[in-house]
Structures are given as C-alpha cells and as structure tokens.
Design a protein around this ligand. Structure first.
Ligand code: 3PG
Length: 220
C-alpha cells in the first residue's frame, strides 16, 4: 500500500455525472502533476468512468471511492479500479477486496473505528469527514494511542487547499483527499485548465510542506 501511494500525496475525489468527462478530466489532473484519481460510486457513471480512464490513460492510478457494498466493489474491480475506499469500516467489503487482491482503505471517524480497521488488517485508513470531526488536531489526538501500530491516514471531507498543510504535517498522514481539486462546476463546464492550475498550486504547497519534514515516512 505504501508503494502505491508514495508518489501521490493529493487524491482528487471525483463525482462524475457523465462518464464522457472522465478522460479529459484525468488528463487535466495529470497535466497538473496529479497522477491519481478517485472516482466515487456516488453516481451511476463511476464504473464506466473508471474503465475509460484505465483504457485511455494507463499511467494514471485510478481507484474507486464511496464503495458501500461488495457489489460496488465487484463493479469497480471489473472496471479496472486499482484501489478502493469507503467512508466506513465494513468487514464484508474488506474481506471481498482482500480476496480480490485490490488495496482497500476503510473510513474511520472514532478510535473504535481505527481499532476495528486495524483488527481487520487495514493500516491505511481514510479519516472522514475530517473537517467536521475537528480537523488535524482531532486526528492527531485520535491517532496518538495507535502510533505504535503504524496506522496511516488520508483525511478527506472538508479538506481544502488552505487546510491541507495542517494534515500533511502530521507524521501519520500519507495523503489528503477531496473534491476541491476538481470542482464540480469546473467539471460540468469543461474548464480543464482551472483544474490543472489548481493541481499545480496544491502540489507546490505540498512540496513546501515536504521540505519542512512532512510526509517523510511515506517516502521511505
Ligand atoms: C469524500 O468522499 O472523500 C468526501 O466526501 C470529499 O469531501 P469534500 O467534498 O469535502 O472534499
């Protein structure tokens, strides 16, 4: 899992209504230096969007988000998803993804969730909804008892350009995710250059955080 994400500290979370937008959107992200994309199963377009990206842009790491059932996991895997996430800890989905050999990141919001996910073998976890739960200070406090267990988090939900540094500074954060990199209005209007520009600005900021020591553990 570490190898999968070590080049990708920013994960764009995508809600697509039209699968035809998937490839130009993925190219816009890639042009901005972001080589990973999470297509959420919040819409019917998800599986077709994943398949289109995998066929057209094989160098892009393409995953499925908001995977809430084993059926959705199966659809994501059939479409070619290379990883999957959920906002919750569901042992059935975790088992299914493990037996299908696809990396899976469950969502956690409490110490009990963190514990359960660890018991089920998931050291990489999505901290969701990060902003509403109290941001980086809440994650830092919640993760403290588990640091010796090598748990790693990707905060999403209410994360944005201005707040991402506060999470990325934490040693147990391997990436941050969110919809702010590819806003729905830009996707709807096909404003790909704005998305590319936003990625470049965000990655530049990550580089600055990295210089001060953040993300050190995911580059080893
Ligand atoms: C997710 O599915 O990861 C989040 O809902 C994204 O939240 P955001 O829209 O606040 O970035």
């Amino acid at each position: 899992m570490q190898a999968l994400f070590k080049e990708h500290p920013l994960i764009p979370v995508i809600v697509l209504e039209d699968a035809n937008q998937a490839v130009p959107l993925a190219r816009a992200l890639l042009d901005g230096g972001v080589g990973i994309i999470e297509i959420t199963f919040r819409t019917q377009a998800a599986a077709n969007a994943i398949q289109a990206i995998r066929e057209a842009i094989p160098e892009m790491l393409c995953g499925a988000g908001t995977v809430l059932s084993c059926d959705q996991a199966a659809d994501a895997i059939s479409a070619g998803a290379q990883f999957a996430l959920a906002p919750c800890v569901d042992p059935d989905i975790i088992d299914y993804c493990r037996s299908s050999e696809i990396p899976f990141i469950p969502g956690v919001a409490t110490p009990s969730d963190i514990n359960q996910a660890l018991k089920l073998g998931c050291k990489y976890q999505k901290f969701f909804p990060a902003g509403a739960l109290g941001g980086a200070s809440a994650l830092n406090a919640m993760a403290a008892p588990y640091l010796s267990r090598e748990v790693r988090f990707c905060p999403t939900g209410g994360v944005h350009l201005e707040s991402m540094d506060s999470y990325l500074k934490l040693p147990h954060v391997f990436a941050v995710g969110g919809t702010w990199l590819a806003k729905s209005e830009d996707i709807c209007s096909g404003d790909w250059s704005s998305i590319t520009e936003r990625c470049k600005v965000a990655l530049e900021r990550v580089g600055t955080a990295n210089d001060t020591g953040a993300l050190a553990d995911i580059t080893t």
